[in-house]
Design a protein around this ligand. Structure first.
Ligand SMILES: N[C@@H](CCC(=O)N[C@@H](CS)C(=O)NCC(=O)O)C(=O)O
Length: 304
């Protein structure tokens, strides 16, 4: 199998989730540094316009979104499992809670609290609402957001109340990692850092999850990653492809993320299963690649 190449940047919480997932499985991987703000020409060369990180590349297969990356890692390296067998739905549900309401609250709190520089805030507003949206009134909701954060943190403290080491018991899994990368951001602002003082179980658990580490990381230039994609052949799909009604392999499509502002990707429909969407694209530098997205949060629309 070709090397695991992670396209990411250090400050990304979702990329931290994937780095810890690689660490939990004790894997070696190559690290390509992606720019935090647009433009991201080399990133787009591989993804076709999806701007977010993390993105995992294996040869000419490009896996977008940390949820699909987690499932791909579990498929290729089953032990230890990120989604423990028999508890997959529970793990997905817990992670979704940690990464939606909880995550959005801490990000908006930090965004409004002067933690990030202006260029970053301006760039990220483009991924939150259409151009021209007035964000000036958002300061009014800061006190409410703080209490909502406190309420979510108390839920996590409750989950650990019986003295267990990790959220599902003795062993760490994807649920810990998803909740970690959200909760870890509390340290970035004095007011949210204070909240952690009142959550001793969460504070101790944060250190246990941090200790999982990132596995073995070695830097790579983006141009080398593109050349690797160019010289590789996308992995063959095994089994019966699952396609939307009325579409067939090769149908020209656009793939759109439920999350606003991720960037749409066009290509032709490639074979994939129930839980992912695959699109084939070709460029001069990257050659033929297949870009994969998680089915549950990406919509496929035929364009031709
Ligand atoms: N649903 C995505 C969310 C990823 C995400 O929002 N990543 C942020 C960084 S933490 C991002 O890429 N923001 C836009 C950008 O960097 O251009 C996932 O699970 O991977």
């Amino acid at each position: 199998m070709s090397e695991l190449i992670l396209h990411h940047y250090d400050l990304s919480p979702y990329a931290e989730k994937t780095r810890l997932s690689l660490g939990l499985k004790g894997l070696s991987w190559r690290s390509v540094d992606t720019p935090m703000n647009l433009p991201k020409p080399d990133h787009f060369e591989l993804t076709g316009g999806y701007r977010r990180v993390p993105v995992l590349q294996i040869g000419a297969d490009i896996y977008c979104d940390s949820h699909l990356i987690a499932r791909t890692l579990d498929r290729l390296f089953p032990e230890p499992a990120l989604s423990p067998p028999g508890r997959e739905t529970e793990e997905i549900a817990f992670s979704r809670w940690a990464e939606t309401s909880f995550m959005m609250l801490i990000l908006s709190y930090l965004g409004m609290g002067g933690v990030f520089d202006d260029a970053f805030v301006e760039d990220r507003q483009k991924t939150m609402a259409p151009p021209g949206t007035d964000f000036s009134q958002t300061k009014m909701i800061v006190p409410t957001k703080l209490l909502q954060l406190q309420s979510n943190l108390a839920r996590l403290e409750d989950q650990l109340a019986d003295g267990r080491d990790f959220v599902f018991g003795d062993a760490p899994c994807g649920a810990d990692i998803s909740a970690f990368h959200t909760t870890n951001m509390f340290g970035a602002h004095p007011r949210t850092a204070d909240l952690l003082q009142d959550a001793p179980k969460v504070s101790a658990w944060l250190e246990r999850v941090r200790a999982i580490g990132h596995g073995e990381r070695k830097a790579m230039e983006s141009a080398e990653a593109i050349a690797i994609a160019h010289d590789a052949i996308p992995a063959a799909f095994e089994g019966e492809p699952v396609l939307p009604d009325g579409m067939s392999l090769g149908t020209p499509v656009v793939v759109i993320d439920d999350e606003f502002g991720s960037g749409n990707v066009t290509g032709t429909l490639a074979a994939s299963g129930l839980h992912d969407v695959a699109v084939r694209r070709e460029t001069e530098r990257a050659g033929a690649v297949v870009v994969h997205f998680p089915r549950e949060t990406f919509t496929v629309i035929a364009t031709g």
